[in-house]
Design a binder for this molecule. Sequence first.
Ligand SMILES: Nc1ncnc2c1ncn2[C@@H]1O[C@H](COP(=O)(O)OP(=O)(O)OP(=O)(O)O)[C@@H](O)[C@H]1O
Ligand SMILES: Cc1ncc(C[n+]2csc(CCOP(=O)(O)O)c2C)c(N)n1
Ligand SMILES: [Mg+2]
Length: 319
Amino acid sequence: MNEFDLIGRYFARPARTALLGVGDDCALLPSPPPGEVLAVSVDMLVEGRHFFAGSDPRALGHKTLAVNLSDLAAMGASPAWFTLALALPGADAAWLAAFSGGLFALADTAGIELVGGDTTRGPLTMSVQVAGHVPAGGALRRDGARAGDDVWVSGHLGAAAMAVQHRAGGIVLTDEMLAVCAARLDWPEPRLALGLSLRAHATAALDVSDGLVGDLAHICEQSNLGADVDWLSVPVDPVLQTLPEAARQRAALSGGDDYELCFTAAPSARSAIDALSDELGLPLTRVGIMRPGKDVTVRDAAGHPLDTRQGGFDHFSPS
Ligand SMILES: Nc1ncnc2c1ncn2[C@@H]1O[C@H](COP(=O)(O)OP(=O)(O)OP(=O)(O)O)[C@@H](O)[C@H]1O
Ligand SMILES: Cc1ncc(C[n+]2csc(CCOP(=O)(O)O)c2C)c(N)n1
Ligand SMILES: [Mg+2]
């Protein structure tokens, strides 16, 4: 199988909404509908950094696209197209069939079309760039939070980080716990429907990829505010309930790989957001409040600040 057989066999599909898809020097894409703009993001997954060697290729196909769709969701954008850059150590037919199967299963569910990419030999690395549509002026940016807004989080936090720790050999989870945590790490669900609905309610949003404390700090910086988070309100994944408090705090506040949405909204939106939670069948939990200041402070039941100096996941952290 040469490079072009590989692309033709596993990645080329007839163009649907693109004017020209896989196969030429560039894809040709129609302009956004009137009143809408393009939302664009790129994310890379590197073996040994974002996933462990030997990971299930179907799950890798899913996650490569899912983490990018999560950024579109966080922006309130609807998915349109993506490109895929791959570095592969070799052309393994079974690996490629599983990888592209996982990728296209999610692409079809999300209604996003692969329009091009790049394939090279090299250490296993994949990068997807997504493009979506969002009404001009309607995107969920990081700089729109206001003092007095509630801070909300979707779903549950912390399980994926425990699976990373288990696979890295730092802890040993029971088989039952590992099954739940590994599913959260390997098969994240981008919160696309939530992102679209939040355009009506949220003042700011982002996806929690690096951990709640580190990511909420980005909303704080860009909105020129601080945030107070109540630890007891944080929706820690129920699977972590038997773990020591310090481990639960580290995983849920600083672990990362959650791919939930953190957003701010005025208190007047509370009942609408509760109704949205019921409609989507997805927990939406109020965890804190935006206030004047700079930092994110997480307080325990007694009101004492927790030590969150670890912050969020950082590829270049010295420790
Ligand atoms: N090499 C780079 N060149 C230009 N911009 C970059 C580069 N790396 C990151 N950025 C930009 O910096 C910002 C933060 O990047 P980051 O990858 O942390 O995004 P994120 O959304 O916070 O995380 P994630 O992609 O995991 O959801 C984004 O706006 C991103 O586009
Ligand atoms: C092997 C292995 N080691 C560590 C982790 C944890 N991890 C890696 S990158 C990242 C943040 C999001 O990435 P980015 O900021 O690049 O989008 C997290 C939480 C993992 N998933 N696999
Ligand atoms: Mg993001």
